[in-house]
Design a protein around this ligand. Structure first.
Ligand code: PRP
Ligand code: ZN
Length: 301
């Protein structure tokens, strides 16, 4: 008797971070894309009950391997971890594509040194020892700048390495910068800027690929709705060109007549950039009135 393997059950599999900085936001994004998820007890697998989709909850660093082995077809992870995997093992992971930056989980990979260490540039690292969890990316940076330094690989708690004399400097992720400050370290070089991205395997079965395209289109729609506002205002007909010119990021607004007013029109537009108070004040100064700015819940181009 043969049973259908879980790989061939016709469901799309997405790997996301089990716990950590990206986990909650990855879940929230899928939920905003209309995926309703049921967490299983062991929390390794979550089934969506309104879409042929399963979510695998794994360690960030393991996500690339889940994709290349076709256990999952999409992943949400930090660019930093993806690029590190690709740097260490280009043959295995080089084919993974970044399909969409997600605008959260922003951080940078930086070199930091103790506050009392003299630092004048990458040359100051010559002959020094640097602790990091990003050996691949650090080695690439050091080679680019022709710095001859030793790398000590650590899985975590990299920031304590200088205090314990394990290393002279560190190369680690920085988000708020609080970890560096509380460990007496100062950030000197940023070697990479990172955020969460969706990654995709370069080969996919066609039925799964069409599910994947559908989810990606929904996520794109969620992201563009988040960054967009619907703006409504009234203005004198003669001020229309002026008003249109300063509507932020709007292509072709709808212009509607106002009943009983020959001299005034209503303008409705989707703005794909932030609408600041100063923009509203500028609109008002050019004759706009009754200005309304409302969030957009969903938007499908
Ligand atoms: C990361 C990084 C720093 C800290 C930086 O560690 O390794 O320790 O966050 O963040 P901050 O600039 O906002 O202080 P994380 O908390 O992800 O844990 P880990 O090092 O154990 O993986
Ligand atoms: Zn850390």
């Amino acid at each position: 008797m043969t049973s259908k393997s879980s790989r061939d059950d016709g469901r799309l599999k997405i790997a996301i971070q089990k716990s950590g900085r990206l986990s909650e936001k990855s879940f929230a994004l899928l939920e905003r894309a209309g995926i309703s998820l049921q967490k299983s007890k062991d929390q390794l697998l979550c089934r969506a009950h309104n879409f042929p989709l399963d979510i695998f909850l794994v360690r960030d660093d393991d996500i690339p391997a889940f994709l290349v082995n076709d256990v999952c077809q999409l992943g949400i992870m930090g660019q930093n971890s993806l690029l590190e995997s690709q740097q260490l093992d280009p043959d295995t992971f080089g084919g993974l594509q970044q399909v969409m930056p997600l605008g959260f989980g922003r951080c940078r990979l930086s070199i930091a040194v103790p506050n009392d260490m003299e630092y004048t540039g990458p040359d100051s690292l010559n002959g020094r020892t640097i602790a990091t969890s990003y050996r691949g990316l650090l080695a690439k940076y050091l080679a680019e700048y022709k710095v001859d330094a030793n790398i000590v690989t650590m899985e975590g708690a990299v920031e304590v390495a200088p205090r314990t004399h394990l290393a002279d400097a560190i190369c680690d992720l920085v988000s708020t910068g609080n970890t560096l400050i509380s460990n007496g370290l100062s950030e000197q070089e940023t070697i990479l800027k990172s955020q969460a991205v969706i990654i995709k395997n370069n080969v996919m079965r066609s039925d799964i690929d069409s599910l994947s395209e559908k989810i990606l289109a929904r996520i794109k729609a969620v992201l563009s709705a988040e960054n967009s506002r619907y703006i409504m205002l009234n203005c004198p007909t003669e001020a229309l060109d002026d008003i249109k010119a300063i509507l932020p990021g709007s292509q072709s607004p709808t212009v509607l007549p106002l009943q009983g007013r020959d001299d005034m029109v209503a303008v409705h537009a989707v703005c794909d950039e932030a609408v600041f108070w100063t923009t509203m004040e500028d609109l008002k100064a050019r004759g706009a009135s009754s200005i309304l700015v409302v969030p957009i819940e969903k938007m499908l181009d």
